[in-house]
Design a protein around this ligand. Sequence first.
Ligand SMILES: Nc1ncnc2c1ncn2[C@@H]1O[C@H](COP(=O)(O)OP(=O)(O)OP(=O)(O)O)[C@@H](O)[C@H]1O
Ligand SMILES: [Mg+2]
Length: 373
Amino acid sequence: MTQTTPAVRLRGITKSFGSNLVVEPLDLEIGRNEFFSILGPSGCGKTTLMRMITGFETPSGGSVELDGKTVDRVPTRQRDLNMLFQSYALFPHLSVYENVAFELRVRKTAKAELDTRVREALALVRLEDFAKRKPSELSGGQRQRVALARAVVGRPAVVLLDEPLGALDQKLRKEMQFELKRLQKEVGITFIYVTHDQEEALTMSDRIAVMSHGRVLQVASPTEIYDAPISKFVAGFIGSCNLIDGVVTDDNGGRRVVVPGLGPVPATLPDDFATGTPVALGVRPERTTLTDQPSEGAFEGVISERVFLGDEWTYHVRAGDQTLTVRVPSGEMSAALASLPEGGRVWVSWPAAAGRVLPADATDAPVLNGSPA
Ligand SMILES: Nc1ncnc2c1ncn2[C@@H]1O[C@H](COP(=O)(O)OP(=O)(O)OP(=O)(O)O)[C@@H](O)[C@H]1O
Ligand SMILES: [Mg+2]
């Protein structure tokens, strides 16, 4: 196979349970050595999609290719992949070492190589000193790390990880993120990764797929997903975002977005939004500026709430009919602004480049931009 053959290619893959369509027909390509994350709310179909790739779940339609070969009739154990489940199970009677070694023993891997691989995998998850323990003698997080070692020890082409770091504390989680990324670069494994943690997805992924109700809404790099979401759902799901309802108007001021109660707002307005179209304007809180003085183009409002978060302050400002979320880095907080209590008068602004115009409708049209970058 050529270097450009994707590790995974899905064509029209879909799944229904009875009359319940849980994964809508989907085309997707995941590249070799790509770190591909799937993000979406609980029940949107992430695990079902992963299980169809592994063969644990039979698709209702469509087909799965691994390394250019159709595997629809290939049983899971003959697919060159491994999946770490959300609810993984270790063999309770086997030691940590033997749990990790299990698959290699089944494959009759030579003794010396087996030992090297198992020790490498245990080192990866920082459990070198726990090889002789039984699962019952480990903490929840340690058990999860054994399961992780077991998933990568056989060096499959594709590893699917369903919330693998969920049970770990924040510090260990960060370490493991780093180690996973290192392993993936070194060994050249394709990772398909499900997480609820958007920061984790943003920092680790080459590309992210955002799912909702069985549909993939957008597939893009972390920066593109964050800076150029194509829908209200994606904008609101990844990071926080002000979503302000408005309408495209064309008057003496030219084509622009007008928000009831605020008037014309700074926005980058693509040509494909016709005059009269209702739209939502997406503005990230960190792209806004808050002052205690009026300035050109700024909207006057009243502080309805403010919260100190250490490195920043989050303000809720009531302006017109809108409540805007505004972030002020602690280092940029002026004494004048700091002295204003809730109820104080403030001005909010943002540059036109920070105002992203999105379709107003809640029903998201899926965009199946399913090719590796
Ligand atoms: N075997 C099954 N029979 C019937 N319905 C199922 C089955 N497995 C999953 N579902 C349903 O399919 C939908 C998608 O489930 P899935 O497990 O893929 O969600 P998920 O995105 O992984 O959610 P979570 O983040 O909570 O793990 C849910 O509505 C779920 O109830
Ligand atoms: Mg799941």
